[in-house]
Design a protein around this ligand. Structure first.
Ligand code: NDP
Length: 268
């Protein structure tokens, strides 16, 4: 019997998750199938219920359903609870377990793949949407000195207020970043999609800084800007593969080797 998994989103056709999970399955000898499922914007819960009754074992959840998945899950991991968003659902007989692997994926990509320890580093997280919520606490727990900024400052405040460590995380308006610089600047906004970038000053990158854009599959204005300021630049492909590996481990109890998967995507 092949265990069935899927990724639910809207839109979803662009998703690389089926290829990633099938490469993991081949590598680890796990018998699974994994497909994309386009859920109507008002039909996330119904889609999950259909998958459960069809015997699926779990699913990944992407834009715009991560908050609905959080509401739907009957059991939540600690990191899903702190992210207030869920990207991985596991279906049990009488429960739906929700987890969030985005933060672990990002931290692993920066520390293991890029070889940059976050401990003690000044990190600026730019954005306070679903992706930022998922990674903020894991970045903090990795030992970084975390600051956050967002166009809608109330959302950044709400994100930080939900953490136990609220008092040690700095919140900046974009306009007050003029005299600040950081060792790691993470773009968790969706500005790359519209070929824009957040209004960051050119002085934002400390010498030798890492500029990490969660976006992948295209060169964004943030990446170009960061390169012009002499920063080391990374896109979000590594994070995508690492968060998938974390989900695969939850479902299958085996951690795949991500390096060959990342390099396959980089070379294609
Ligand atoms: P959301 O829609 O939840 O949040 C969007 C964020 O972008 C908000 O902080 C919003 O600010 C900000 N924003 C949008 N337009 C502008 C603008 N013109 N100027 C300044 N800020 C702006 O999106 P997600 O958080 O889900 O996704 C964000 C990005 O992360 C996407 O590019 C997505 O592809 C990527 N991502 C990558 C992953 C990976 O594995 N590599 C995983 C998850 C996401 P405001 O609050 O003011 O509206």
């Amino acid at each position: 019997m092949t265990d069935k998994y899927a990724v639910i989103g809207n839109p979803i056709a662009h998703s690389k998750s089926p290829q990633i999970h099938m490469m993991f399955a081949e590598q680890t000898g796990q018998g699974i199938s994994y497909e994309t499922i386009l859920a109507p914007l008002d039909g996330f819960t119904a889609t999950v219920e259909r998958l459960r009754s069809d015997g699926y074992k779990g699913c990944s959840v992407t834009v715009p359903f991560k908050f609905e998945a959080f509401e739907l899950a009957t059991e939540l991991s600690v990191r899903a609870r702190s992210a207030q968003a869920v990207n991985t659902l596991t279906f049990k007989d009488d429960s739906i377990n929700g987890d969030n692997t985005d933060g672990a994926g990002l931290v692993r990509d920066i520390e293991q793949n890029l070889g940059i320890s976050l401990k003690g580093k000044r990190v600026l997280l730019v954005g306070a949407g679903g992706a930022a919520f998922g990674v903020a606490q894991p970045l903090f727990k990795a030992g970084s000195r975390l600051s956050v900024t967002n166009r809608t400052i109330e959302k950044a405040q709400r994100m930080v207020e939900s953490f136990d460590e609220e008092h040690v995380i700095s919140i900046f308006e974009y306009s007050s970043l003029k005299n600040e610089s950081f060792d790691v600047v993470i773009n968790a906004t969706s500005t790359g999609l519209s070929n824009e970038m957040p209004p960051l000053p050119s002085t934002i990158f400390a010498p030798g800084a890492l500029a990490y854009d969660m976006m992948y599959g295209r060169k964004t204005p943030f990446m170009k800007f960061a390169r012009e300021q002499g920063a080391q630049v990374a896109d979000g492909l590594g994070m995508l593969v690492e968060q998938a590996a974390e989900a695969f481990n939850i479902w299958r109890g085996v951690r795949p080797d991500t390096a060959p998967v990342i390099s396959k995507f980089r070379s294609s």
